[in-house]
Design a protein. Structure first.
Length: 113
């Protein structure tokens, strides 16, 4: 009898957890097509936030401004940061461009002078 009660309790727990899980809805993320070096999403990024720059931690460091990146389902703010310069290179900041009814991200990179 005891094993029958235990079996019924386990079965009830299994049905309850299965019922709870069946209520989960997994919605697809907004479209984000990957192309070599950039991402294409349906809408423009929000307006840039204002970064508080402050003083460089090391003399000669350069400020890389914050930017909106794509986090898979929405835009995500990446705050600005200080970086050591790369001799012979210029920093090209990340940017978003209109692209055939969508928006294309061009990632930031170091460009040889």
């Amino acid at each position: 009898m005891r094993s029958l009660v235990r079996c019924a309790a386990l079965l009830s727990a299994g049905l309850l957890s299965g019922g709870l899980l069946s209520g989960c809805v997994v919605a697809p993320a907004p479209y984000a097509a990957g192309y070599p070096g950039y991402v294409v999403v349906p809408g423009p990024p929000p307006a840039p936030r204002v970064d508080v720059v402050g003083v460089a931690p090391v003399p000669g460091y350069i400020w890389l401004s914050g930017y909106w990146g794509w986090g898979g389902a929405q835009y995500v703010w990446h705050p600005g940061r200080w970086s050591a310069p790369r001799p012979g290179y210029n920093w090209t900041a990340p940017r978003w461009e209109p692209h055939g009814g969508a928006w294309r991200e061009r990632p930031g990179h170091w460009q040889r002078r």
